[in-house]
Design a protein around this ligand. Structure first.
Ligand SMILES: [Zn+2]
Ligand SMILES: [Zn+2]
Length: 263
């Protein structure tokens, strides 16, 4: 990734020439020479500036200006509705929460280590007796417990972030697939969204499941569950045999009870 600085630029120049360096702007609205970006497809839904993105481990791509998560479609001729906006806003909020909790957990863990070191040093000199010693140690460890809770919160927020990013990508995929007559391959989708092919495959699978479910719900009237002769279906061979034996026994007259003979 080149370390170029984000540039806030306006509309796509009609001659296709980069106003920054004079290079030729690519079909993705980006100048390959200086990485300046042009056109509405590069407008950030969070901060509203036309700015480039950079890769992020959790968010995949984030705005170079505000750091908000973004989904980039490399073909700028494809019309976009911004269906992913809601999920992106959710991802941004969850990511901010995750970052805050992670930092909090780090600070508290550090505080705990420090207070434990100080307490042990003091206790080794003062030896105040068992109960005060335990109390001092308890207070020293307390921040570690809170740090653990903060860390758990951070983890949950991170999961929320990943979920929201995925649903943003799913929304975009749904839109891209819906605009095409022929089937979209994972390779094409991966190229359009600049993601791994395996991820593109998962997105396509998710979208086709969603579409299938929606189509089923919309098309078919609620079908009644057909009741099979359940007893026959559910029984295994062994159970059926056992039942046959029981039925045969019921048909037979019950054997007369044996009498105990007395002398
Ligand atoms: Zn340029
Ligand atoms: Zn932004």
């Amino acid at each position: 990734m080149s370390a170029s600085v984000a540039k806030k630029l306006g509309a796509l120049p009609t001659d296709g020439v980069c106003t920054t360096c004079g290079g030729t702007i690519g079909p993705d609205g980006r100048c390959p020479d200086c990485r300046a970006v042009y056109g509405e497809s590069h407008r950030c839904p969070h901060c509203g500036t036309i700015a480039d993105v950079e890769r992020s481990e959790v968010l995949r791509f984030r705005c170079r200006v505000c750091g908000g998560p973004r989904v980039l479609v490399s073909d700028t001729t494809i019309e976009r509705s911004g269906a992913e906006r809601k999920s992106l806003t959710r991802a941004r909020a969850a990511h901010a929460k995750s970052t805050a909790w992670t930092m909090g957990a780090g600070v508290l863990a550090g505080a705990s280590v420090l207070s434990l070191l100080v307490s042990t040093a003091v206790l080794s000199v003062a030896s105040p007796g068992l109960v005060p010693t335990l109390l001092v140690l308890l207070f020293a460890i307390a921040p570690a417990a809170v740090a653990f809770l903060a860390w758990a919160r951070a983890k949950r927020a991170r999961r929320e972030t990943l979920d929201a990013v995925e649903s943003a990508y799913a929304a975009v995929t749904r839109e891209l697939v819906g605009q095409r007559d022929e089937e979209m391959t994972a390779t094409e989708l991966a190229k359009l969204l600049d993601i791994e092919e395996a991820d593109a495959e998962l997105l396509l699978a998710q979208v086709s499941v969603d579409t299938f479910v929606r189509a089923r719900v919309a098309d078919s009237p609620p079908s009644r569950a057909r009741l099979e002769p359940a007893d026959e279906l559910a029984l295994s061979d062994e159970e059926r045999e056992h039942r046959a034996v029981l039925e045969a026994q019921l048909d037979e007259p019950a054997p007369a009870p044996k009498r105990t003979e007395r002398s």
